[in-house]
Write a protein that binds this ligand. Structure first.
Ligand code: MG
Ligand code: ZN
Length: 223
């Protein structure tokens, strides 16, 4: 019985991978960098997206897929910045999948954009398994989640390309050590850049912006 369940799961993921590859080809055809931003509710995903749009919006044409459980709320926040924003209602699903993203891609004029920011649904578990066709997987954790949050969710850190430890300005107040969190990420995945950020620390935010822009520039050159 258990075997059966595992097999179904495997097939579902294989089917998802295929659609994700299709999404990726479509994005590359149009030289669009897609960033999958994963993290718990309240970790700061929407704010990091807003800040990136404000900073990079002059140089790059940006669109957003907002797949939070409270999709309409986050999408509303982002749409106020004047970028194309597609809210994706996942219903009871706690993650975006390639099919949902593929559908959303149809309502975006991909020729007219350079960067697609995808806000995944707020959790650190199942978004790991569902590729969307993205080029860059970013995991965001906040110090408010406790400084053992990284070790509790090893798979998302192993499968991500960039890790962000956010809200460092309030670490002390919540008894969290950003050094421990950074160390834990490096233990799990020595190859990825780790940023310790706060919206009140300009230098740290610039690291976030330049990560996105450098990948977007690289993609443009290779397409
Ligand atoms: Mg959000
Ligand atoms: Zn899920």
């Amino acid at each position: 019985m258990l075997m059966h369940v595992i097999n179904i799961g495997h097939d579902v993921l294989k089917a998802n991978d295929k659609i994700a590859e299709k999404n990726n080809r479509l994005l590359e055809k149009n030289a669009v960098l897609a960033v999958n931003i994963m993290g718990a509710i309240g970790s700061g995903k929407t704010t990091l997206i807003e800040k990136a749009i404000i900073e990079l919006g002059d140089k790059y044409r940006i669109a957003v897929i907002a797949g939070d459980v409270i999709a309409d709320m986050d999408a509303g926040r982002i749409a106020k910045l004047g970028v194309t924003t597609i809210p994706v209602n996942t219903g009871r699903e706690c993650h975006l999948d390639a099919k949902l993203v593929g559908k959303a891609l149809k309502s975006i004029d991909l020729k007219d954009i350079d960067i697609l920011l995808i806000e995944n649904v707020g959790n650190l578990i199942c978004p790991v398994d569902y590729k969307l066709g993205e080029h860059l997987r970013v995991v965001v954790v906040s110090v408010t989640e406790g400084d053992d949050i990284v070790l509790k969710h090893p798979f998302i850190f192993k499968s991500s390309d960039v890790a962000i430890i956010h809200k460092k300005d309030i670490a002390e107040a919540v008894f969290a050590s950003t050094q421990k969190m950074e160390h834990d990420v490096r233990e799990l995945n020595p190859n990825i850049p780790v940023m310790t950020t706060s919206i009140h620390d300009k230098t740290s935010m610039e690291q976030w912006f330049s990560t996105i822009s450098s990948f977007a520039d690289k993609l443009k050159q290779s397409c």
